[in-house]
Write a protein that binds this ligand. Sequence first.
Ligand code: ACM
Ligand code: ZN
Length: 521
Amino acid sequence: MEFKIIPQPSEITVFSSESAFFFSDETQISCPDEFSRALDDLVLFSQKVFSINLLGGGKEKIVFSKSDEIKNKEGYKISVKNNNIFIFASDGAGAFYAVQTLKQLLLQGKNNLPEMEIFDLPQCAWRGFMLDSARYFFSVEAVKLFLDSMALHKLNCFHWHLTDDQGWRIELYNKLLLAQIGSHRSCTNFGKTPHEGYYSKEDIEEIVSYASEKYISIIPEIDSPGHVVSAIAAYPELSCFNRELEVETKWGIKNDVLCVGKEETYDFMFEILDEICEMFPSKIIHIGGDEVPTVRWKLCPHCQKKMKELGFENESQLHGYYLSRIASYLEKKGFLVIMWDSKNLDHSVSKSVIRQFWSSDEAGKIESRGDFKLINSSTDAFYLDYPYGHTNLKKCYEAEINLYSDNCLGGEACLWTEYVPSMKKAGYCLFPRLAAFSERVWCKRENLSYENFVSKIPQYKKLLDTLPFDYASMKQAMPSFFRKHCYNLWFERRRLHWGSLHNTIDNFKVKKLSKKEKTND
Ligand code: ACM
Ligand code: ZN
């Protein structure tokens, strides 16, 4: 029989068609303590999906063993023969990924497996998924479901976009108003309904622990100096001209950003970052840094004074200076720092900061910047909230990971949620594209075949049915010419209408306001 595993393992060999192992309540297990997370995951899945309680007593055995022959920590070997499944790994992560593969084998073999062998290891160290909890708040249970789906796809880095203009979603004892005020949005873009929610300390602890059971690191993102209207709503003194603002109701790039001329802004940020660092054990933090209009800085006496002191000629240098200070503060605490690649940013931010690139215009610039470490979140392929008319399944599958640099750590699929206000829509956007993405970041290049991938989709959907997610049909994921253009028209109409038009009007108003305030200052 042919097994159809996603992501495709490096090598899979089936030696015979006869059953060599039958999975049942009586299957015995042997597992070293350090692989207990892998075993727990198998036990839970067996109960939930096969109604099998592993009580032992039979002749079949699943034997987990530590083997230093498996060099990659996330790699594993599975060998099925003579009523045994042997699982070899050098680390718990590898054993855990072996279990993810075993789930698919057992589902497809209907609990029977022939004599077979699988060797497997990932190609990319960074296999990320980003969830925007700022534009749309997902409950703790919903976040756990995203983590479950990441584990099934052998993804290992959960980038959590926790703050943005439209919402501050994390409770901080140092600055209580951030969550108390910043998490309430009076009206959303489309639903025109109020929206709110934030994660308490206990929620974060619960999610961090849940992710760690699945070998997933959580990378919190505290986005600044742009995308901070929700923070300014709570603490107006963070902005130039101490603006009294409401948590943003519309989407798009906002002119009100942090006042980086005031020293108090840095003190504020360091204080909140201290607290964030204590909450997330991954020791990796994302500082955002993208989409920072400078209209305020150009008019603000504090920002202009700072530029003069530092001998800067343009606001882009000020942007670089701010991010450098934030990054080096975190690096001194032993954190690895990531930022979005950002338009017009000068070269001052340290090379040790990883750049996550998204827009193809910007990536071109990175190339000329040389040897930064990169994460690929190309909008063309890995922004999974984009309509299938823009990014169909094949485009996502065939995207190049090592764009622009040999220093690419891997890829990250992003789910921005301004237009994803439900789990139903999230499922539709993510699946099956997350499968294509997972194969792209896990598989050896020579094993990538879109035709083979598509042939695996029916079996893959049975795997997905073990989670309560919706997914797009193949017709939706690969829209016809007509449907493609309908989707695009709808998408562009929304972007044009709400993004560009709203921002143009807003820019005009802000310029007038700033002039008035400057005269009053
Ligand atoms: C981004 O899409 N602005 C990271
Ligand atoms: Zn300022």
